[in-house]
Ligand binder design. Structure first.
Ligand SMILES: Nc1ncnc2c1ncn2[C@@H]1O[C@H](COP(=O)(O)OP(=O)(O)OP(=O)(O)O)[C@@H](O)[C@H]1O
Ligand SMILES: [Mg+2]
Length: 301
């Protein structure tokens, strides 16, 4: 078990992460928070690239800093920005990283072959990476993170820049990897994790805001999410009163999804009844938008 106890990180006088405690066991954790919330900072502390200003991180009860190489042997890490040589092929690149990581040479060739098969790159194993799409590069990144068969796999925004098809493929791969290890995947894109995360970790105001299953997190908004049909000219006024979570054109109206914590609009008078407010089940995207209000968000449907 990986345990973070009262972790804070300051960059000089600036506090990026404050008093975060977490217990992580095998499974997939989606770390969901807007840009600048502290995801990378937290991840860098977990992979020992940064040292917490306060607090301790332990793995099976031992402080990770004290475990040194033994801890790094347990970790696979795909950084938010990872460097590679464009003229290398995946096979050359993985061999190079295996040497850096001191992965035993015995069986390495077979291991690299199996990893490239796992990430669906067998056919491109010997092609130069300069011809690869963003998704293919990210899959090489996953393969390198798995070279040492890590017990803790950490992926910092692995789907950035991928198209929806590549993301779907990526989700399936990551989900299959989380069966017998801790996988932490940071993202600010809800759909990356909604269907695959065992638990979602949300950070807000530099602190831990939620750590729970998608279902439990969404149930907090039960009875508070509605859809209705608003005439276009009324929309600016509507938008001033309610937090709008989404809107689309439909037969001269705007079909609006909105947050109404006390259901006041649903109970309102005649004119508004014509707009037919309908109660909806909350999804993780609603939670994200309600939780982070007008913080910068990226909503990809
Ligand atoms: N080396 C640093 N020195 C000073 N401030 C930093 C440093 N690294 C990060 N920060 C600040 O700490 C905060 C958290 O940054 P961090 O990179 O952890 O966020 P993030 O959630 O990973 O964001 P993103 O989604 O953009 O990757 C930000 O306000 C950032 O500007
Ligand atoms: Mg980041």
């Amino acid at each position: 078990m990986l345990q973070l106890s009262h972790i804070s990180k300051n960059y000089g006088k600036f506090c990026a992460v404050r008093d975060i405690s977490l217990e992580l066991e095998d499974g997939l954790y989606g770390m969901l928070a807007p840009n600048g919330a502290g995801k990378t900072t937290l991840i860098k502390m977990i992979v020992t690239l940064l040292y917490p200003t306060e607090g301790t991180i332990t793995y099976d009860g031992i402080e990770i800093q004290k475990m040194g190489e033994n801890y790094r042997d347990l970790i696979g890490y795909l950084p938010q920005q990872f460097g590679y040589y464009k003229n290398q092929s995946p096979v050359q690149y993985l061999n190079y990283l295996a040497a850096l990581k001191a992965v035993p040479k015995e069986g390495l060739k077979e291991k690299i072959k199996a990893l490239l098969e796992l990430v669906g790159l067998s056919e491109n194993a010997d092609k130069k990476m300069k011809k690869f799409s963003g998704g293919m590069i990210q899959r090489v990144g996953i393969a390198q993170a798995l070279l040492n068969d890590p017990k803790i796999l950490i992926l910092d925004e692995p789907t950035a820049g991928l198209d929806p098809k590549e993301r779907a493929r990526f989700r399936n791969l990551i989900s299959s990897l989380s069966r017998d290890r801790i996988v932490i995947l940071s993202t600010h894109i809800v759909s990356d994790i909604e269907s695959i995360a065992n638990q979602v970790i949300m950070i807000k105001d530099k602190k831990l805001y939620r750590k729970d299953t998608v279902a439990n997190i969404c149930s907090e908004l039960d009875g508070e999410i509605f859809e209705c049909a608003v005439p276009e000219k009324e929309f600016p006024l509507f938008e001033k009163q309610y937090l709008v979570l989404g809107a689309r054109q439909e037969h001269g109206y705007l079909k609006v999804r909105y947050y109404d914590p006390d259901g006041s609009f649903a109970r309102a008078g005649k004119l508004k009844e014509e707009w037919k407010p309908v109660l909806c089940a909350a999804n993780l995207e609603d939670v994200f938008l309600v939780s982070y209000g007008d913080e910068k968000t990226e909503v990809i449907l």
